[in-house]
Each structure stands twice: as C-alpha cells, then as structure tokens.
Ligand binder design. Structure first.
Ligand code: AMP
Ligand code: ZN
Length: 507
C-alpha cells in the first residue's frame, strides 16, 4: 500500500502561521511570483526569491499536482524610491539609459529588451523552470487602464491634477497583510510619500501618473502617462490566473507596500480574496553585509558564472544554485564564498555519481540484484518530506547528498543498481533542480565526446527496451530530449540528431 500523501505545508504571511497549502481546484496550484524590473542585470538576491517559487512549483509537481505558474517582467520604468507606498524619485529605466552602461542602447525599450533576454538566460543557467506565462507590463497597458477606470467608477479611485489615486479609505482591509493598519506603523510607512495637494489622504497611492515627459508613456482617459508599479502585478495575475490565486510570492520587501497595494486593488475590483497563500523570501546578504554596489559586494549571476576570460569568476551555475537554496527561505541568508566553495564540492559529487552511473549503464550488461534502489528510495522520501515541510531545503539537500554518496560508494554498480541510481538522480533533479555540472565550453567543443555520450545512452535505452523496462527507456529518452537530441527508431536501429543542428542530418 502506498504511503498516504503528506500535506504540503508553507508559511502564510497573511495568517502568520505555517498552513497546508490548499488549492481551489484539487491538485492544481495557481501561483504568481513577482519578477524583476529589467533596468539592469538581476542580482543573486533576486534569484534567491525566484528560486523559492521555483521550488514551490517543483515540490507541487513532485506530489502529482498540475501547476500554472506566472512570473512577470517589469519593463515599465518605475521610480527609484519605490519602498514607500507612493513612490517618488527618478525613473529607474531613464536613469539606467543615461548611465555609462546605458549608452549602448538606442532607447529605454531597447534597454528593457536586452535585460529581459539576459534575465531569461540567467534563469535557464540556474535551472529554474520556465513559467507558463512571463507577462510584461508594457504589453498589458489596456488591461491596466481598464482596471483603473473600473476603480474610479466604483469609488475606489479618483482623479487628481497630477495622477489617479487609489483611495485607501475605501478599502477597510488595507494593512491586513503587513499589519500596517493604522497608527504609528502606517504613519512611518507613508511618511515619505509624494506630497501632492491633489491627494485626499497621504496613504493614497498612484494608479496612474500623468507625465508627458516620461520616456515610456501611454495615452489614457487621464492623458499621457504611465501606470503605478503595484497595478501591473494584480492585473496580470488576475488576467492569467483568475480572481483568486492559490499563492502569491515575492521577496520580503514586497510585503509592504507592493503586495498590500495589490490586495487593495484586486479585492476592490472583484470583492473576492486575491490570494489565499502569501509566501515571502527573506533577504540575501553578502558576507554579513547588505548587498550594495557602493560596498563592492554586489553580485549578479553573470558576475559569478561567466568564464574568467569574459570577466566573470567561472563559478559553475549549479554550484550557485546549490548555494542560493542551501539556506531556508524564511531565514535571512548570508552568502559567502566559503559556502559557495563547499557547494561547488557537493555538486562535483553529483557530477561524479552521474558519470559513474552512465558508465555502468553502457558497460556490457551484467546480471545482479539491484542493491541501490532499496537504499535510495527512502532517501528520496526524506528529501520530499523535507520540502513538503515549508521547503526545508537544508534538510532536503543534506538527505540528497547522502544518496549521492551512496552511489559513489557502491562497489558493485551492476546494471540494475545503475538504473535505479539514474532514475533516482533524475527525480532529485526534478525536485530540487540540482544535478551534476554541464560539460564546460572546452568539453562541448569536442563533438565526438558528445556523440559518444549520446550513443552510449541510446545503447542503454535499447537494452532497457529489449528487457521491456519501459520506465527506464522513457527516462533515457527524456534525458536525451533535455540534451537537445531527437531520436528516430527504425528497422535498422535508432538514429539521432541534434535539434539545434540546422542541417538536421540523422546519424
Ligand atoms: P526587483 O527587481 O527589485 O523588483 O526585485 C525582484 C524580486 O527580488 C522581488 O521579489 C524582490 O523582493 C526580490 N529581492 C530583491 N532584493 C533581494 C535580496 N537581497 N534578497 C532576496 N530577494 C530580493
Ligand atoms: Zn509584483
């Protein structure tokens, strides 16, 4: 009899307690994760937050749930002081365009496109799952304008000479997420807001800013201008996921004002709860200090993973992923180079275990019992249990490493054990996103090494098919697909070609 499924428990900022994640539709999780503003390269702190969402999706999938995952790109220029409810300051995109690094771009649109492309590249390098939808604020302007019109019509917003404001007084639940409900906390939170005589209440925040000089501007019923930052996320989340989401995630700085304002907008529009579960990742620091360009401790993904001859530090992307998830998401995380080195060592063990298993699979088929499967299976259960308990990544990674060490230590890796080990490593990768290092540029530059590896995998798939082990055969095919290899089975055997090979020759 299979074990009863454990609940997937996660801390909910809204309820201030760890609760089972209950989806509206059984076994189908809908989630929205706040993405970055693309005016420069995303830093490792941003990725710590994106990785929390990635691990939520992976854990949900591991227990058989379907997931609908949306993560946006903020490509409208917003203002530099956005940590207060109604921001002021300089436009971030415009400032980036006029900086030294911005000189290569023709305009802000070009700049946003470049940083979005790099974001997706970093995302893939760190093995984050692609969201089903990656909506961009600039492509959802009509929906944002319509939302403001509805809020004005229903008395939740009003037009002033310089902006359209959300009326906080019209939404009595304002503050329910952050606890900034009234009195001193809210006073402190809003003390630096834009001073505008047209505002009815200092707590009100802009839904639309009128500005005919802004580098990115759109026409609206209130003239030329641009939307307030909080609006895009609630509008795009509801467009793709419906009125109520199962889960909404972001970094801890977003609890107030961003998510508080999203709730006010969304719930005023529909009268329904906006998100049932709110998940926030604590900030990453570097060597015990707040990460800041001025402190010289500010790292983007590419600063670390780019090869040394391209100005990077040559850190394997998997080692960086390992380090970024090695601390619990709800504790502040201190990123250090010592930890990074230790994590690189752990990833090397994965690489070695995989190489060992792949070699054993291609060796001549030997009889023998599966010794590893019974050892590895309970380890996978422990890894999954840790993830189901509020994403306990430190425990999950430690348990997974025990399995990797068991594979390294097994002295008779016969074909049956190697198959179990291969499947276990694949399941761990699906759940934690951790696997051995990809071959480096110099290794991949040698086409024969790649061809040899593919051909060895094809041989082991054919052996599995001959033994009617369809699960294993399919797992090998999936792995080949992930490597960018397409297969064709025919009377003369199996042919293959690289999907990115423009000539498309079968070999
Ligand atoms: P931003 O581009 O500033 O809107 O940030 C994108 C995401 O990264 C948001 O969810 C932020 O809360 C998160 N974030 C920003 N800085 C950090 C940090 N140092 N540690 C963890 N998450 C961060
Ligand atoms: Zn957002």
């Amino acid at each position: 009899m299979s074990k009863p499924a454990k609940p997937f428990r996660l801390y909910n900022t809204l309820l201030r307690s760890t609760e089972p994640l209950v989806t509206q539709e059984p076994n189908h999780l809908t989630l929205y994760s706040c993405g970055p503003t693309v005016y420069s390269y995303a830093h490792i702190g941003n990725f710590r937050s994106f990785l929390t969402s990635d691990l939520i999706v992976r854990t949900a999938q591991a227990i058989g749930w379907k997931t609908t995952y949306v993560s946006n790109v903020t490509d409208v220029g917003h203002l530099t002081e956005d940590d207060v409810a109604d921001s002021s300051g300089e436009d971030k995109m415009a400032r980036a365009l006029h900086s030294k690094g911005g000189q290569q771009f023709a305009n802000v649109w070009d700049l946003a496109r470049h940083y979005t492309e790099v974001l997706i590249n970093d995302w893939n390098q760190l093995n984050l799952l692609a969201p089903q939808v990656r909506p961009r604020a600039t492509q959802h302007m009509r929906e944002q304008i319509q939302a403001i019109e509805q809020l004005v019509e229903s008395g939740h917003a009003y037009e002033a000479p310089n902006a359209v404001y959300f009326s906080v007084d019209s939404f009595p639940n304002y503050g329910k997420l952050s606890g900034n409900t009234s009195g001193d906390e809210l006073e402190t939170a809003v003390r630096n807001v834009v001073v505008d005589d047209g505002k009815r209440d200092p707590r009100d925040f802009a839904l639309w800013k009128k500005d005919e000089k802004h580098l990115m501007q759109w026409h609206s019923p209130w003239g030329w201008g641009f939307p307030g930052w909080h609006l895009e996320c609630s509008v795009m989340a509801q467009q793709y996921l419906g009125d109520t989401l199962d889960l909404h995630a972001g970094g801890e700085d977003l609890i107030f004002p961003h998510h508080e304002c999203e709730i006010a907008q969304a719930e005023s529009l529909t009268g329904k709860p906006f998100a049932r579960h709110w998940v926030h990742t604590r900030f990453l620091q570097v060597e015990g200090e707040k990460m800041a360009k001025s402190a010289g401790n500010f790292f983007t993904v590419r600063d670390l993973v780019a090869p040394e001859d391209e100005g990077g530090r040559g850190v394997p992307p998997m080692a960086l992923r390992y380090a970024l998830i090695s601390g619990h998401y709800r504790k502040p995380y201190n990123f250090t180079f010592q930890t990074l080195r230790a994590c690189a060592g752990h990833v090397n063990r994965y690489t070695e275990a995989e190489a060992r298993v792949n070699k054993a699979l291609t060796a001549a088929s030997e009889a023998g019992d599966d010794h590893l499967g019974p050892v590895l299976e309970p380890i996978y259960e422990r890894v999954l249990d840790a993830m189901l308990e509020d994403l306990n990544t430190p425990s999950a990674l430690a348990a997974a490493l025990e399995g990797v060490k068991a594979i390294q230590a097994a002295d008779d890796l016969n074909v049956a054990s190697a198959r179990s080990a291969r499947m276990w490593l694949d399941r761990i990768e699906k759940l934690l996103g951790i696997k051995g290092n990809e071959p480096t540029r110099t290794e991949t530059a040698e086409p024969d090494a790649f061809a040899q590896r593919v051909e060895a995998m094809i041989r082991s798939r054919n052996e599995a098919r001959a033994a009617k082990d369809w699960t294993f055969a399919d797992a090998v095919r999936d792995e080949l697909t992930a490597l960018g290899v397409e297969l064709k089975d025919g009377a003369d055997g199996t042919m293959w070609r690289r999907t990115d090979d423009l000539a498309g020759t079968w070999r």
